[in-house]
Design a binder for this molecule. Structure first.
Ligand code: FMN
Length: 354
């Protein structure tokens, strides 16, 4: 199995990237420990300050302070190894969060849930690395072409998130039926994306590493994904079931106890399908009983509280604390295969077949 992995001058002893997970699931403890163990830990930038005492009265200030605090702590835990941040394009604060991440000194931004077409502009004159998250060859081509044509820039890395991933998905709901999922396994999506990357690698004379994820659960999955041409894997759900993950024990246990039939595709207020574990809250959403009365944080660009089925920020914050009457748990399609809460070190060794 390929071991080392590089993004420019950032070097990793294990080809494992921990996917950013909001709200409050991948913060400093998880990200710091993944980096400490030789992978790349990634903070989630969504409502990072939701536990801060000043969050209700000034969420922007609390979120900014939390980004600084979690980045500093993750660096301490990891022994000053690289730390990334996931910033969703769909967020109203997207541009501000990118600026904050540059100021705070984060090593690399991963941007998805929308097309990060202007990311090179937003990060111009900074040393921060940038990696778009894409879900198809078509979107890889579009971003590569746009960045090159407008900015003469190529991504520092690209993340391919396949249809088995947790959280928001870059696929149409009709492409997420069990039959369609069987027809598009992750390794099969990799060669097409590599084909789009290759001409740009030749143009700039350097490697653009491809990180692929979505449904990766075992060392065999890691091996097959790397054998298909990925330089590293991105993993979310398995990292939730670790002692170091920043979520509550109830959140982790919901994932560990989930059966295959509990994991479903939902329509997110972000205008994308998402994958989550069924909860009493989602039952009420399906019955149309969860209309929000107000919009507490105005988090998603396309969300209008008058028409949205529920407030996603409130639901994910409740879910983080294990309040499943008022929230839910995002999860990958294969999370039902996870049976235990382990440590980051043991998990990373297991995934590497050590
Ligand atoms: C609880 C949870 C929260 C997530 N939150 C985000 C997020 O805020 N932004 C994002 O780009 N991806 C998010 N994801 C996707 C992960 O970063 C990762 O790419 C994906 O889960 C990989 O699939 P796996 O869970 O099957 O390993 C989330 C996934 C989970 C399970």
């Amino acid at each position: 199995m390929k071991k080392q992995f590089k993004i420019g001058d950032l070097e990793f002893s294990k080809p494992i990237v921990q996917g950013g997970m909001g709200i409050g699931i991948s913060l400093s403890n998880l990200a710091g420990n993944v980096s400490k163990n030789g992978g790349l830990g990634v903070l989630s930038s969504v409502e990072m300050g939701c536990d801060y005492p000043n969050y209700k009265e000034n969420p922007k200030l609390a979120n900014r302070q939390a980004m600084e605090d979690h980045f500093k702590r993750a660096k301490e835990i990891s022994g000053n190894r690289p730390i990334g941040i996931n910033i969703m394009v769909a967020l109203t604060q997207y541009e501000q969060l990118v600026k904050d991440a540059i100021q705070v000194g984060v090593d690399i931004i991963f941007a998805g849930a929308g097309l990060p077409l202007t990311l090179p502009e937003l990060t111009r004159n900074s040393l921060i690395k940038i990696a778009p998250i894409i879900s198809s060859k078509r979107v890889a081509k579009l971003i590569l072409k746009h960045w090159w044509r407008h900015y003469k820039i190529v991504p520092d890395a690209i993340v391919l998130e396949g249809p088995l991933a947790g959280g928001h998905l870059g696929f149409k709901t009709e492409d997420l039926t069990p039959e369609r999922l069987l027809a598009q396994p992750l390794p099969g999506l990799i060669p097409g994306v590599l084909e789009e990357i290759k001409p740009y690698e030749e143009l700039v004379g350097r490697k653009i590493p491809l990180i692929a994820g979505g449904g990766i659960t075992t060392a065999q999955d890691v091996k097959e994904t790397l054998a298909a041409g990925a330089d590293a894997v991105q993993i979310g759900s398995r990292f939730v079931a670790t002692q170091e993950c920043d979520a509550s024990l109830a959140f982790k246990e919901a994932l560990v106890n989930a059966k295959k039939s509990d994991i479903e595709i939902i329509a997110s207020p972000a205008g994308l399908p998402g994958r989550a574990i069924h909860t009493p809250f989602l039952e009420e959403v399906s019955a149309g009983l969860r209309k929000p009365k107000s919009c507490p944080v105005n988090c998603i660009k396309s969300c209008d509280h008058k028409t949205t089925p529920y407030c996603i920020a409130s639901a994910l914050i409740a879910g983080k604390w294990g309040d499943f009457k008022n929230g839910y748990v995002f999860s990958g399609a294969n999370a039902y295969k996870i049976n235990e809460i382990t440590t980051v070190e043991a998990l990373m060794n297991e995934l590497m077949g050590i």
